[in-house]
Design a protein around this ligand. Structure first.
Ligand code: ZN
Length: 172
């Protein structure tokens, strides 16, 4: 991945989330979950395996002030659910959650879910592990599709388990 190209694209291109949702093939991503208001998809240039982004479908920019309490709670519950699915598939010493972006590029609100594998040396954890400047993984389209399919299966399984638990309350 060419960092200069990436920065140019982020700052000069269309909104990457809106373009993805509109079906622009230049901005295609592997979707792992969607509901009426949210979409979760694999990071195209992950710094850690299984890295997922969660965004509102509406072009919202600010993580806190652009969402009312209900919308904020809804997206955070989606982030939690996807992060739990990521943790089922990827061993993690720690699961990082963060929202960055800029008013100068990548304005559309998105949360990052990044599972730090166990055993990464302390000085290579945290911000070091997340910065594209320190290298990105380059999964092939086939590897990304397979990873997305595994995540979708785990998310579906978790949803099924939760619905089953609601349908069949424990015996008294
Ligand atoms: Zn947008």
């Amino acid at each position: 991945m060419d960092l200069g190209w990436y920065v140019e694209r982020a700052r000069g291109g269309p909104c990457f989330v809106c373009a993805f949702l509109a079906g622009d093939p230049e901005y295609a991503h592997e979707t792992v979950f969607e509901d009426e208001h949210h979409v979760a998809f694999l990071d195209r240039w992950p710094t850690l395996p299984g890295k997922v982004l969660v965004a509102p479908k509406a072009h919202v920019e600010h993580a806190v002030r652009d969402l009312d309490a209900a919308a904020y709670t809804r997206i955070m519950l989606v982030v939690r659910e996807i992060a739990l699915a990521v943790e089922e598939l990827y061993a993690s010493e720690r699961t990082y959650l963060y929202s960055l972006g800029s008013q100068q590029g990548n304005t559309h609100l998105h949360w990052h879910i990044a599972a730090l594998p166990p055993g990464v040396p302390y000085e290579q954890q945290q911000f070091h592990a997340l910065m594209t400047e320190h290298g990105v993984l380059s999964p092939s389209p086939q590897e990304a599709a397979a990873a997305a399919a595994r995540l979708r299966a785990v998310i579906a399984e978790r949803t099924e388990r939760a619905e089953h638990a609601v349908r069949t309350p424990p015996p008294r």
